[in-house]
Design a binder for this molecule. Structure first.
Ligand code: GLU
Length: 498
């Protein structure tokens, strides 16, 4: 019988997302329930946006949640390497197969031609996509261009008519007309593969039997299946999971909810409660029980019972469940140990103490000065923001620009945070002291505390973002219209500052 092998295939281009953990959990349960393997592959084909830090954070976050894998870039395995950037030879070899069989072709179209084609298609209200221009080149013309070193990409052929029909484990038959499918680029002009190509080649070479992933990939599945057909490979079974939603049913986004797993870790949630909550996304235990471990979920798992009705990730419900775990499942001794590990992580404390030592005479002075390092959102109201020269609107601008600037900052070291603040203060023609005032209040709840730049760097982006956003709400919030204007202004000067 076919061995069940599933995978999570994150792209290391941002924070470790709760959506990744949700998909990982369901993949892991499915594999383990069938005595199979759950593996982790890093999809870093986007070399511009992929970072080593993001990869490390994603691995650490999934491990923290207990969503361990049996093969991956850190643990190795028989199908390695497990990082796509290290598998280029394989992609080069496989693309030659498709070029030789004529299922893929070289495309020399310039970006100017492609943009004017697109503009024309939009104007004509026609389907937007590649028009097959280079398919009419003779093999001599192609060979001459290649010999001359002309820049080009490699695309896949797509049938001109008919439908792609496939079975989804949750949705049954899905039918998508080939006319809706673009002649996807498989190899970019730098010789590296696109997601679609690398993903299929790797799923095949890693013997993935079931692809369980988010529903945003449904429209890509025809291309993937066609590649399997071109290669003559047996495709995996597909299952597209419903996307997580905000309580207002919109797609889960960090604008409305914290989406980074690190945020929940830093706020002091228990990993077992977060995993348990993710297990309730579109799924219930057969006996309706609310508290369950990964192992219990694995035993009872039945993928076909996942409901498609847009699971809502509701922070209040997660918080309630977390509290229930603390009250009912954590002994006093365990509480002490867990709390100590969370509050006094050596790497964090080692950075806080130097900020405090000069300013305290006794230990009881510590909490008033630095208690905010252990807090969630500080208890603040608009009166806390009273200032002699800054008005509310300016403070909201400072806070919003800071969120965006910090999100754009590559690292989060003290100097990087400071530079971000200096840049913004300069743009807003404010003295740095004035600029930092609303940040002090938002971060520490007080106008005076330990250095705010250091504090932000120690708290990290997730807690900082949450506190700055909370402060904006306290200051009357930013309307959608105002936010759009601010975003435009921010883009202008942040782009110019590069
Ligand atoms: N790298 C893709 C992602 O980040 C994986 C999609 C898939 O599972 O095929 O979501």
């Amino acid at each position: 019988m076919l061995k069940v092998r599933t995978r999570i295939a994150p792209s290391p281009t941002g924070d470790p997302h709760v959506g990744t953990a949700y998909i990982a959990l369901f993949n892991r349960c499915f594999a383990h329930q069938h005595a199979g393997e759950f593996i982790l592959r890093i999809e870093d084909t986007d070399q511009v946006r992929s970072t080593a830090k993001s990869e490390a954070d994603i691995l650490a976050a999934l491990r923290w949640l207990g969503l361990t894998w049996s093969e991956g870039p850190d643990v190795g395995g028989p199908c390695g390497p497990y990082r796509q950037s290290e598998r280029s030879d394989l992609y080069s070899r496989e693309i030659r197969t498709l070029l030789n069989s004529g299922h893929a072709f070289r495309c020399f179209c310039t970006s100017e031609r492609l943009s004017s084609l697109r503009a024309q298609q939009i104007q004509d209200k026609a389907a937007v996509g590649y028009d097959g221009h280079c398919l009419s080149m003779t093999s001599e013309q192609v060979a001459a261009c290649v010999a001359a070193g002309t820049e080009h990409v490699i695309r896949m052929r797509i049938p001109e008519e008919g439908d792609c029909v496939f079975l989804d484990m949750l949705r049954g038959e899905i039918r998508i007309a080939w006319q809706q499918i673009d002649m996807q680029v498989l190899i970019k002009s730098d010789g590296l593969p696109t997601y679609h190509f690398a993903n299929v080649v790797d799923d095949h070479h890693m013997n993935i039997s079931h692809v369980i992933r988010g529903e945003e990939w449904i429209n890509s599945t025809p291309k993937h299946l066609l590649l399997y057909q071109y290669f003559g490979w047996v495709p995996p079974t597909y299952c597209h999971m419903p996307l997580l939603r905000n309580p207002d049913k919109s797609k889960l986004s960090k604008r409305k909810n914290p989406t980074s797993i690190s945020y929940y870790r830093d706020m002091g949630y228990l990993p077992r409660a977060l995993v348990n909550y993710l297990g309730q996304m579109g799924w219930t235990m057969p006996d309706g029980r609310e508290m369950f471990s990964i192992e219990e979920m694995t035993t009872e798992f039945d993928l076909s019972r996942v409901s498609l009705g847009g699971p809502v990730f509701d922070v209040d419900k997660l918080t309630w469940l977390n509290g229930k775990y603390l009250r009912e499942r954590v002994s006093d001794d365990e509480f002490i140990a867990l709390f100590r590990d969370w509050a006094f992580a050596p790497s964090k404390v080692a950075r806080i103490v130097p900020l405090l030592k000069d300013r305290v005479d006794k230990f009881s002075d510590v909490e008033p000065l630095a208690g905010f390092f252990l807090a969630g959102l500080p208890a603040i109201d608009s009166a806390c923001f009273t200032h002699k020269s800054l008005n509310t609107e300016t403070m909201r601008r400072i806070l919003q620009f800071s969120i965006w600037q910090f999100e754009n900052t590559k690292g989060f070291s003290r100097d990087e945070v400071e530079n971000a603040c200096l840049l913004l203060a300069n743009h807003m023609a404010l003295k740095i002291r004035e600029f930092l005032f609303p940040l002090f209040v938002a971060i520490s709840g007080k106008a005076v505390s330990t250095s705010v730049v250091d504090s932000i760097s120690i708290l990290g982006l997730d807690l900082t973002r949450a506190r700055l956003r909370h402060a904006i709400t306290v200051l009357g919030d930013i309307s959608n219209k105002e936010s759009k204007l601010l975003e435009k202004e921010f883009q202008q000067f942040s782009g110019a500052g590069d």
